[in-house]
Design a protein around this ligand. Structure first.
Ligand SMILES: [Zn+2]
Length: 306
């Protein structure tokens, strides 16, 4: 039985702003989120096993962009209540089908969100996985850092989110480039990365093929960009020397310092250990946690890690 009467905390999201990560927490009984800068953040917490998980809420899209909508219902799926899950599923389907169905067939706020300049990009991850993707807005943005891309190239800017998805599908159909990369591949890439030069070369080759294809399609509705992007961590030595965090983050008691983040993956250190650890924060989302003075679980280090 838990004797702690403090309100529980919940990690609701990893948020990026100006390419800087922060962790969004919710406090039991409160509507307001609490943000903590993720870099150099000391965390000491225990997952409360006998309290329900809480829904992480959802994201709404409108002409002004995206807006996160909190929710305090218990989570029934992994991270969301039924209502938010359904809302997200509909939004994802709308977004995916928008260019095939047309603006009339989707919700007004979603159509307004898409009626705005968008860019098409190609990105590469450290294991060598590549993807083609789209982002709203004609400069900046957090889409690449939040996914944890290592290098990318903005290929083109077009008038709206409908046209950009036509181009994206064309690239997938003609060149076989995926539109998503599994987190397990991203994770593995940090443990055994290809060299930065190899990744740059591969991305250049992919970008050349893609630009050749889309330059014919783009017509008067957009321009080619050819603008390079690299993750702020590409020269950070810590990200070349990581081992997998040797414990499950969604149970037990933990203490570590997040040094920096790539997407939702955190590079962490722990007192008493020389190694730096790679940790996926997503499995912790929605779980009730508490802080306090309790014993921290010991790491069981496997021989195979050395
Ligand atoms: Zn909800």
């Amino acid at each position: 039985m838990s004797t702690n009467t403090e309100p529980a905390l919940y990690l609701a999201a990893v948020q990026w702003q100006d390419e800087e990560p922060s962790l969004e927490f919710r406090v039991e009984g409160s509507e307001l989120p609490e943000f903590k800068r993720a870099n150099e953040l000391d965390l000491r917490f225990r997952v409360i096993a006998d309290r329900p998980r809480r829904c992480i809420g959802t994201v709404e899209r409108s002409k002004d962009g995206t807006n996160s909508v909190p929710c305090d219902l218990p989570a029934v799926s992994l991270r969301q209540c039924e209502k938010c899950q359904t809302k997200d599923n509909i939004a994802a389907a709308n977004m995916h089908q928008a260019h095939r169905r047309g603006p009339e067939a989707i919700s007004k706020p979603m159509a307004a969100y898409l009626t705005h300049p968008h860019r098409l990009y190609a990105a590469i991850f450290r294991d060598g996985s590549t993807k083609v993707g789209t982002t709203r807005g004609s400069s900046g943005g957090n889409r690449l850092v939040e996914q944890g891309a290592w290098y990318a190239k903005y290929l083109a800017q077009v008038d709206d989110g409908f046209m950009v998805r036509e181009l994206e599908d064309l690239v997938t159909e003609e060149l076989g480039i995926n539109q998503a990369v599994d987190t397990r591949k991203k994770f593995a890439g940090h443990l055994e990365p290809l060299s930065n030069q190899e990744l740059i070369d591969r991305l250049d080759q992919l970008s050349n093929e893609t630009e050749g294809l889309i330059s014919k399609e783009i017509g008067t509705r957009g321009v080619l960009l050819g603008e390079r992007w690299s993750n702020p961590r590409t020269e950070d030595p810590m990200w070349s020397d990581l081992i997998a965090y040797p414990a499950a983050i969604n149970q037990g008691a933990h203490e570590f310092t997040i040094q920096s983040m790539v997407g939702r993956l955190a590079g962490c250190s722990r007192q008493g250990f020389e190694e730096n650890f790679l940790l996926d924060l997503q499995p912790l989302l929605a779980h009730p946690i508490e802080t306090g003075d309790f014993e921290i679980d010991e790491f069981v280090m496997q021989d195979s890690l050395f």
